[in-house]
Structure formats: C-alpha cells, structure tokens
Design a protein around this ligand. Structure first.
Ligand code: HEM
Length: 137
C-alpha cells in the first residue's frame, strides 16, 4: 500500500481535514496560546480579540498545505517572515509558538506521522520569523 507523500500537491491539505480540519487546528492552537504559561509572552503580542487572527492563520495554512489560497483571496499576498519582522521573536518566542502548535496537533485526529511531519515543516517558517525579527531595518 502506498503511503501518502505529505507535501505533494494537496495531500497535506486533505490529511488535515481541509478547511474545517485546519480551522479546528487553529482554534486549538489559540486555546493553547491562551492557556500555556510558556505562551504568555507571545499571546500578549496578539490583539485581545483573536477572531481575525484565527481567520488569517486558518486561511494561510490552507494554502500552505497545498489547498486553496484563501488568505490571498481575502487579504492579498503575504510574506510570512516580513509580516513578523516588527515583532520581538527570539528563540523563546519561536519555541512557544511551536509548543502551542504541538499542543494543538496532539488534539487532532491525524496520523502521528502527519502530526510529526507538520510540526517539523512549521519549524522552518517559525525559524525564518525569528531570523527576520533579528535583522535591523
Ligand atoms: C515564530 C513565532 C511566531 C510568533 C511569535 C507569531 C506572532 C504573530 C503575531 C503577534 C501576529 C499578529 C496578529 C494580529 O495582529 O492579528 C501574527 C500574524 C500572523 N502570523 Fe504569526 N507568529 C509566529 C509564527 C508564525 C508562523 C510560523 C506562521 C505561518 C506558518 C504564522 C502565520 C501568521 C499569519 C498568516 C499572520 C497574519 C498576518 C497578517 O495578516 O498581518 N506565524 N503572528
């Protein structure tokens, strides 16, 4: 039996449960950010009301996983490191973001291989955000 090759075409988008599944992942991600003590610092960088933030991350991840480019449709083009350049993201903040994602992934009905794959792939843009945030203007 062939295993799905995540990252090819829209296989990740499908494995994540398409829009509804990714929406659930993002809701759990921000619940983790609201509750984990390690995430207090990054939660404080976000607005009190996370309605639009949740919509933005959900839509972005749909396209990032090979599905429809819903972020671009509503908000226009985005460069993730550039969008985070103004934020004080150091190793602790990057790791806190990834910890929230790990906590959210644990709660999803995905295969363990897919959870591990996603976390590893998300570490790449998270590290790029940290690097972009270190750069002087
Ligand atoms: C490295 C740690 C990260 C921190 C501390 C962080 C923090 C933030 C903050 C504070 C905002 C602004 C929220 C708002 O004003 O609504 C934001 C926006 C956003 N973040 Fe992150 N983020 C991180 C990594 C990432 C990664 C890795 C991704 C994508 C895989 C991502 C995707 C987004 C998107 C799509 C937005 C909306 C941008 C916009 O429309 O302006 N973030 N992030």
């Amino acid at each position: 039996m062939d295993l799905p090759v995540y990252g090819q075409s829209d296989s990740s988008y499908k494995a994540a449960g398409e829009y509804e599944g990714i929406r659930q992942l993002v809701d759990d991600f921000y619940i983790a950010m609201d509750t984990l003590p390690e995430a207090q610092n990054i939660r404080a960088m976000h607005p009190q009301d996370l309605t639009e933030t949740r919509d933005k991350l959900t839509r972005f991840l749909c396209g990032w996983m090979g599905g429809p480019r819903l972020y671009r449709e509503k908000y226009g083009p985005i460069d993730i490191p550039v969008a985070h350049r103004h934020l004080p993201i150091h190793e602790a903040e990057r790791d806190a973001w990834l910890l929230c994602m790990k906590d959210a992934l644990i709660r999803q009905p995905y295969d363990i291989e897919f959870k591990n794959y996603l976390l590893k792939q998300l570490a790449i843009p998270a590290e790029r955000c940290r690097q972009a945030a270190q750069k002087p203007e």
